[in-house]
Design a protein around this ligand. Structure first.
Ligand code: OGA
Ligand code: MN
Length: 318
């Protein structure tokens, strides 16, 4: 696939419909000039997932660059028993497999099971009522083998749905719940999520069919999606499973390999899904740090009054 030029950026597509490796950015100069940010956002809107091989970014510049894109989430703390942060900056989310002292997170601990949720196709932070648009994952240590991150092109998958399915789902609202995806990933470990944990992270409500930042239609659905408002759990699960399976067919997916520390992958959660893949996590360290940038688009705050609407019967019944 031929590289294309967006302003000062060279974009080498890694898949026929999305994902590109970008070159031409000098990350030693953060904050980046506004014209470069504009080109990067244009590339992001076009490709949904962009890859930067040798950024040389450190924690401080990673956060500062992310904040040029909008305000960033503070790292959530629902991972289980108090887990001290490895990082000094509270905006960095730990997607690695190490404890504070540098040892590996042991198999079958709660934190290990919690991380297993990342192996499900998901969109970051869809369980927040103020959702996030971007995630920027920076590698600090990469395993010798495995641990690729896979992405799915939801816009193209939506385009390819039959018209009857598009009509059926057009006005649906979805409940997204962190504990739902955790129970799917690790039913035994998260069977007994406490009321305290549930209160700390309550569900959020978002429209299923949305218009993406480039004007194309897309779907906001993945592992945290629990049910369709107004529908039974059984009917909801059937539709949600069907749509995730549709979007993650091999033709819509692309696996991104992590080559070196300093590699950055930036994705748009509104128009893609992603998942982690296995590596020898009991043998090798994988140190990955993520910033998560709040959405400021028209769907940023979703449909917070959906539960009341459901009680009032103003959503279509199942
Ligand atoms: C994430 C995530 C996948 C990976 O950081 O949000 O899902 O491969 N990471 O680490
Ligand atoms: Mn993720």
């Amino acid at each position: 696939m031929e590289p294309i030029q967006i302003g000062s950026l060279t974009c080498k597509p890694l898949h026929p419909t999305f994902v590109a490796e970008i070159s031409g950015v000098d990350f030693s100069q953060v904050p980046l000039p506004q014209n470069v940010i504009d080109d990067l956002v244009a590339a992001q809107n076009r490709f949904a997932v962009t890859v930067y091989r040798d950024t040389g970014l450190d924690d401080a510049r990673h956060v500062k660059f992310s904040q040029q894109l909008n305000e960033c989430e503070l790292c959530p703390k629902f991972g289980g028993p108090a887990q001290p942060d490895r990082f000094s900056d509270p905006h960095l989310f730990d997607a690695g497999n190490m404890n504070l002292d540098g040892t590996l997170i042991q198999k079958d601990t709660r934190r290990w099971w919690y991380n297993k949720g990342n192996a499900l196709w998901h969109t970051d932070s869809s369980f927040n009522q103020h959702r996030s648009k971007y995630s920027l994952l920076l590698a600090h240590l990469v395993p010798q083998e495995g641990g690729d991150t896979q992405f799915a092109d939801v816009r193209t998958a939506y385009d390819d749905l039959p018209q009857e399915k598009k009509d059926e789902i057009e006005d649906l609202v979805i409940e997204h719940d962190l504990w739902w995806s955790r129970q799917i990933a690790a039913p035994e470990e998260f069977k007994s999520v406490t009321q305290h944990e549930k209160n700390a992270k309550q569900p959020a409500y978002h429209k299923l069919v949305q218009v993406g930042p480039d004007g194309r239609k897309t779907m906001f659905i993945a592992a945290h999606a629990k049910r369709v408002m107004g529908w039974s759990q059984e009917k909801s699960t059937k539709l949600i499973t069907e749509l995730i399976e549709h979007c993650t067919q091999p033709k819509y997916t692309c696996s991104v390999k992590w080559y070196h520390p300093g590699q950055l992958v930036w994705w748009d959660n509104r128009i893609s899904m992603h998942r982690a893949t296995p590596f020898s996590d009991q043998m090798e360290k994988r140190d990955m740090r993520r910033t998560t940038v709040f959405d400021d688009g028209p769907e940023a705050y979703g449909v917070p009054d959906a539960p009341q609407m459901e009680l009032g019967g103003s959503l279509p019944p199942a």
